[in-house]
Design a protein around this ligand. Structure first.
Ligand SMILES: Cc1cc2nc3c(=O)[nH]c(=O)nc-3n(C[C@H](O)[C@H](O)[C@H](O)COP(=O)(O)OP(=O)(O)OC[C@H]3O[C@@H](n4cnc5c(N)ncnc54)[C@H](O)[C@@H]3O)c2cc1C
Length: 444
C-alpha cells in the first residue's frame, strides 16, 4: 500500500468498492485500488464494550453474518447489504430510525500522506474533527484500510404493513414504531407504511420464513418485474397509473404482523433490477411541506393540466423557478413508491444528516425507465427546487446534480472538511473531478 501511494504521489488514486454509487464520486482518472481482499472481521471486548474491526473491503452482508454468529450486529444498516463497509460509510449510507452507518464509526485506519505529501503512511484516526471527517470522507482522506464500529446485541424487529391518507397520520405513528419507513404511492397518493419496532422477543414469529418468501417473490421479484415491463417494454403511462391504483395495494397484506431477525427484516433484494435514484434530505420540521410539494410536482410532471396548489405556485414564484416548470410539464409519469426514511443527526462533517440537531428525512425518487432523459429533467427540477425551498441535501452516492455553490451553503462544516483532507493529502492525490468540482474551492 505504501509503495502504491508513493509511486503515484504525483498522480490520482481512488478506491473501487461494490460500485453501488450512481454519482461520479466513484470515478478515477488514474490509479484504482480494489480492497476486496481486506475483508476480515475481528470482534473484541474492552471495558465491557464489544466492537468490531472490519477490513475496508468487507461486504456488509459478510459482516452481519459473522456478527450474528456471536449474537451481535451493528447499530444501523441500509436497505441492501451488498455494499462494502468502507464504500457504504464513505457516502453516509443509512436505513430508517437510526443515524447513518458513518456516525457510529469509532476509528478508521487510513493510508495517506505526510504533511509534505512526499511519504506515505498508515494512521489510525480515533478522535476530533479528523474522525468526524473520516466517518464520511468520499474517499478524500486516503485509502481506508479498516475501521472499528460498536457492536450491539442482535435484535428482532416486529413489522406490520398499513396504509394512511396523510403524512401527519404517518408521523404520529413514529413513537410506537420508531424504525418505520414509509412510501408515498404515486397515483393513489396514499401512504404505505412498514411499521417497525424492536421486538421484546428474540425469535421469529408470525410465519416469518413464509413472509420472507412472499416478500421476495411478490415484491422484490413480481412487483419489480411488472413495473419494469410496463415502463420499459409497454411504455404505457395509463398502465402505470392503473398499476399503482389497483394492483399494488392488493399485493400488500395489511394485518400480517411478523417478527424477524434485524439483518433479515431491515433489508430487501433491491439490487436485483438496475434502477437510478435521486435522494433528497430535508429536516423533520419541513417534511410535511416537502411531501405535499413533491406530490404536487409529480402530478404536474404526469399531467400538464394539473393545477399546482397556491402554496407551490407562490413558493416557486418567490424562488424564481416558475419558468423552469416547463422542463417537466406533462413529460414524466413517476412509477415507483417514493420512500421516506428518518435519519437521526450524524456526528460527521459532511454526511447528509450532519450539522443540525433535528432528524432528517431522506425522500427517494427511483426510475426504471430508459432512456433516462425525462427522469433527469424531473430530478434536476426537484433537486434545484427542493434546495431553494427546503435546503435539501442530495445523497452523495446517488444521482447528484447539486453544485459546489449549493454545497457550500448546505454544509456548515465543509471548510473544516477541506482542511482535514489537506492535512492527510496535501497534494489532492485522493481527489477526483467530482470531489474537486463539488467540494471546492480547494486551496491546493
Ligand atoms: C440497489 C441499491 C440500494 C441502495 N440502498 C441504499 C440505502 O438503503 N441507503 C443508502 O443510504 N444508500 C443506498 N444505496 C447507495 C449505496 O449505499 C452507496 O452508494 C454506497 O456508497 C455504495 O457502497 P459501495 O461499497 O458500492 O461503494 P462504491 O459505490 O464502489 O464507492 C463509493 C465511494 O466510496 C469510496 N471508497 C470505497 N472504499 C474505499 C476505501 N477503502 N477507501 C477510500 N474510499 C473508499 C469510493 O472511492 C467511492 O468514492 C443503494 C444503492 C443501490 C445500488
Amino acid at each position: 500500500m505504501i509503495d502504491i501511494l508513493e509511486n503515484h504521489k504525483n498522480g490520482k488514486i481512488r478506491v473501487v468498492a461494490s460500485k453501488h454509487s450512481w454519482s461520479s464520486v466513484i470515478e478515477t482518472e488514474d490509479v484504482l485500488i480494489d480492497m476486496s481482499h481486506f475483508d476480515y472481521v475481528k470482534i473484541q471486548e474492552k471495558n465491557h464494550e464489544i466492537s468490531v474491526t472490519v477490513g475496508a473491503g468487507c461486504k456488509v452482508k459478510k459482516l452481519l453474518v459473522e456478527l450474528n454468529r456471536k449474537g451481535l450486529t451493528i447499530p444501523s444498516v441500509g436497505l441492501i447489504d451488498q455494499q462494502t463497509i468502507a464504500g457504504a460509510t464513505a457516502t453516509g449510507t443509512h436505513g430508517s430510525g437510526k443515524h447513518s452507518l458513518s456516525h457510529y464509526i469509532e476509528s478508521v485506519q487510513v493510508a495517506c500522506f505526510d504533511e509534505n505529501g512526499k511519504y506515505a503512511k498508515i494512521v489510525d484516526i480515533t478522535e476530533g474533527t479528523a474522525l468526524q471527517a473520516a466517518r464520511c470522507s468520499l474517499g478524500c482522506l486516503g485509502v481506508v484500510v479498516e475501521m472499528t464500529l460498536p457492536c450491539i446485541p442482535q435484535y428482532y424487529v416486529q413489522e406490520k404493513a398499513t396504509f394512511r391518507d396523510t403524512i401527519k397520520e404517518v408521523l404520529a405513528l413514529e413513537k410506537e414504531s420508531p424504525l418505520q419507513q414509509f412510501f408515498l404511492m404515486p397515483h393513489s397518493w396514499k401512504f404505505f407504511i412498514q411499521k417497525r419496532l424492536v421486538s421484546l422477543e428474540l425469535r421469529r414469529r408470525g410465519l416469518a420464513a413464509i413472509y420472507r418468501i412472499y416478500w421476495f417473490l411478490v415484491i422484490d421479484l413480481g412487483m419489480h418485474l411488472m413495473m419494469k415491463m410496463i415502463v420499459s417494454i409497454l411504455r404505457s403511462r395509463r398502465l402505470i397509473r392503473f398499476f399503482f391504483r389497483s394492483i399494488v395495494p392488493s399485493l400488500v397484506f395489511q394485518n400480517w404482523v411478523v417478527t424477524d431477525r434485524s439483518d433479515r427484516a431491515l433489508v430487501m433484494k433491491h439490487e436485483l433490477f438496475r434502477h437510478l435514484e435521486l435522494e433528497a434530505f430535508v429536516v423533520r420540521s419541513r417534511v410535511l411541506e416537502a411531501a405535499s410539494f413533491v406530490k404536487d410536482i409529480l402530478q404536474y410532471a404526469d399531467n400538464s393540466n394539473h393545477q399546482l396548489s397556491e402554496l407551490t405556485n407562490e413558493s416557486l414564484q418567490k424562488a424564481q423557478l416558475l419558468d423552469s416548470l416547463s422542463s417537466i410539464k406533462g413529460r414524466f409519469t413517476h412509477h415507483y413508491p417514493i420512500c421516506f426514511r428518518r435519519i437521526m443527526p450524524d456526528d460527521t462533517l459532511i454526511s447528509m444528516a450532519s450539522g443540525v440537531s433535528e432528524d432528517w428525512y431522506a425522500i427517494s425518487f427511483i426510475t426504471y425507465q430508459e432512456p433516462r432523459d425525462e427522469f433527469y429533467a424531473l430530478a434536476t427540477f426537484l433537486s434545484n427546487s427542493m434546495f431553494e425551498l427546503f435546503q435539501a441535501r442530495i445523497h452523495w452516492g446517488k444521482w447528484f446534480p447539486q453544485t459546489s455553490e449549493h454545497l457550500n451553503q448546505l454544509y456548515p462544516k465543509i471548510d473544516t472538511f477541506r482542511d482535514v483532507c489537506s492535512r492527510y493529502d496535501p497534494n489532492g492525490v485522493f481527489r477526483n473531478s467530482f470531489v474537486e468540482d463539488k467540494l471546492g474551492p480547494w486551496t491546493q
